[in-house]
Structure formats: C-alpha cells, structure tokens
Design a protein around this ligand. Sequence first.
Ligand SMILES: [Zn+2]
Length: 160
Amino acid sequence: MSRGNAPEAKNARRRRLIESAKARGRQLEIALDRARVRAAQAIAPHDEETITAERERSRYVVKTYVHRQTGSRIRILDTEAEDGPRERLLPATDGHGEIMRYAVECLDHDSEPQYYATLKDATKGVRNSAKWCKGCRQTNVPEMRPKVNARNKQLAQHRL
Ligand SMILES: [Zn+2]
C-alpha cells in the first residue's frame, strides 16, 4: 500500500466502523423492543380468569341461574361489588378467618344464603343447591348429574 492511498483507506475503515456501530445499535434496539414486549405480556391481565374477575368486581348480582333439575332460580351475589344495594348481603368469613365474598341464594325457597371464597366454588354451590336448600331438595330428583340419572334409569328398566 502506497502512502498516497493511506487517507483513502483510513476513510474506508472509518465508514466501516460507523456502519457496524449503527448495526449494533439497531440490534440493541430490537433486543430492547423484544424485552419490552415480554415485560408487557408478563404484567398484562390477558388471561380469561383475570378479565372475568375484573369485570365481576363491580357487579352485585353476578349471575342468576335456573337449576336444570329443580327449576329453581339461584343467584350468585358479589358481596364486595361497588354497586350493591343498601340492603345487600355482607361478606362472611369461614372458620379460619378467610373472607367468603360470594353469596349464593335460592330465589324460590326461603333458605339461608351460602357463602364461598371463589366464584368457582360459588358456581359449584349453585349446582349443589339441593345440599343446602330444603326446598330444592324436596323438588329434586335425587341430587345427581344427568349422566348418573340416565344410567340409573337404564338399570331400573333392566330390573323390570
Ligand atoms: Zn331452593
């Protein structure tokens, strides 16, 4: 390499260095973006359970059901909802001091409301109303799942 070419070569080297620095910067930006997206996904309440929980937070009457076997109307109340009426049911606590926020009551019979800590358990309570509501128990074909009922019917026919 002659001395005359030296500045040219120097410039070319400088340009390469600048280009590669820019490329590193872009890679770093991409990596940062990815990290931001991951962080956002980690804190965003995007699972269904969380969304449901948030939506139900402000509704006193969560849902009213009609029991498939008894025809009773049973509803779940969120005792901590902000829109509860003045004569609302208040949250109860279980034997260990855990707050049971959801009340389940039968609208057709004069039974005591039942309390549950989670919406899932409250839904189970609706299904099992014959266990805690005397009226539902009397109306009910024994408290069984449809499958079990069908099987028992079949067995009974065989016996005849
Ligand atoms: Zn009932």
